[in-house]
Design a protein around this ligand. Structure first.
Ligand code: HEC
Length: 146
């Protein structure tokens, strides 16, 4: 009985010591690590040239968006459940690759580009209409107030 107590006391002390050591080493690595502002990282602007928006696409996209319930979660100039359309416009260059990436994301929904909130999928949207919506959103780059 006595031997067991001595043994377990050693184990407890050893455990405590390793905890302290662990805590110290953690502290060290925290100091040495580069700090990343995750929020800024999310909204980092993607560099790239802007290509022209097809005639009339932005105006059609604005109408489509008004009827598709996007304003339940988005606003033009302010973050709501989803990011502000103006912030999305600032982030992505107007290029077919980003247009399609965003259009696919509107259709299939998702998360991770702007933090944790999730965008619901819109499976009934046609790819072409989603692309037109993206043209409207990205056209906000050129809005004087932005
Ligand atoms: C249920 C709320 C909700 C609805 C409805 C919604 N969105 Fe979103 N949307 C979000 C959220 C949340 C995000 C951020 C997702 C992320 O971080 O990846 C987002 C992101 C986006 C993005 C940027 C995607 C990216 O990867 O950068 C676009 C473009 C967009 N939404 C367009 C739309 C359009 C157009 C509609 C209407 C058809 C719509 N959203 C409807 C919540 C919503």
């Amino acid at each position: 009985m006595h031997i067991i107590t001595v043994f377990s006391r050693k184990v407890v002390i050893g455990f405590l010591l390793s905890l302290i050591l662990f805590a110290c080493s953690k502290e060290e690595s925290k100091e040495g690590a580069p700090t990343i502002d995750r929020r800024k990282e999310y909204i980092r602007k993607i560099p790239g040239e802007n290509e022209p928006i097809p005639e009339g696409a932005a105006a059609r996209g604005e109408v489509l968006i008004a009827y598709a319930g996007c304003y339940d979660c988005h606003r033009e100039d302010k973050k709501s459940k989803g990011p502000a359309f103006a912030d999305i416009a600032k982030r992505y260059p107007i290029q077919p690759a980003y247009r399609d990436l965003l259009a696919r994301k509107i259709i299939s929904g998702g998360f991770g580009s702007w933090g944790n909130p999730v965008m619901s999928p819109h499976p009934d949207l046609k790819m072409e209409d989603a692309q037109t919506m993206v043209y409207y959103i990205l056209s906000l780059k050129y809005k004087p107030s932005q």
